[in-house]
Design a protein around this ligand. Structure first.
Ligand code: GRF
Length: 200
């Protein structure tokens, strides 16, 4: 067999929370099943667990400070995020629990190279706490979606989905936990497709 000479896919990760999806991606890399290399992790929340995960793995971690806007970064700050991603050599931007809308500076810099994971079967239940929305709607199944990011709210082209049942007695926390098990399976698998060059 010819040994692989392909360089690892350099990923930049943006998050706001505990970072369990980032941890799932790291685990696949460490297990040798994913040819990717996280080169920078950024969070817009100081003290976010995802930053500790990065530091623990020896990956540069950076806090994005945005005092003025809430749902998105100001254009200047998002431009600075782009600069840091480019300086780190990032090829794919992975949103992992990042709670802001992404706008033009980032989307223009990385066309078809910004992806997100969302805890519902899009196009159903975009936006916040999608698992609570699913419970309130009384649906029998929910799940998660990996999609390309565009300027809308969870509206980009779908790359992969996984379903989970909604069970009698489910609480929002129980349903979210069941969805996250699938998130941790499909998100690394999608990153692997980019690493293999399967997603132009
Ligand atoms: C996940 O449910 C993901 O679908 C949503 O935010 C949550 C992030 O979880 N976008 P984590 O920080 O990866 O644990």
């Amino acid at each position: 067999m010819i040994p692989s000479v392909m360089a690892k896919l350099k990923i930049g990760v943006l998050g706001s929370g505990k970072g369990s999806n980032f941890r799932a991606i790291l685990s696949e890399i460490e297990a040798g099943r994913l040819d990717a290399e996280p080169v920078i992790v950024m969070a817009d929340v100081e003290g976010a667990g995802i930053l500790d995960l990065a530091r623990g793995a020896g990956i540069p971690a950076h806090v994005i400070r945005e005092p003025r806007f809430c749902t998105k970064l100001s254009p200047e700050i998002e431009t600075d995020v782009v600069r840091r991603l480019r300086d780190a050599g990032v090829e794919l931007v992975v949103l992992a629990g990042y709670m802001r809308m992404v706008k033009q500076p980032l989307l223009e810099a990385f066309p078809r190279r910004v992806i997100n994971i969302h805890p519902s079967l899009l196009p159903a239940f975009p936006g916040l706490e999608a698992w609570s929305q699913a419970l309130a709607a009384g649906v029998e199944k929910s799940g998660c979606t990996v999609h390309f990011v565009d300027a809308g709210m969870d509206t980009g082209e779908i790359i992969a989905q996984a379903e989970v049942p909604v069970l009698p007695g489910d609480t929002p926390a129980l349903l979210h936990a069941r969805i996250q098990i699938e998130e941790h399976r499909i998100y690394p698998a999608v990153v692997a497709r980019f690493a293999a060059g399967d997603l132009p």
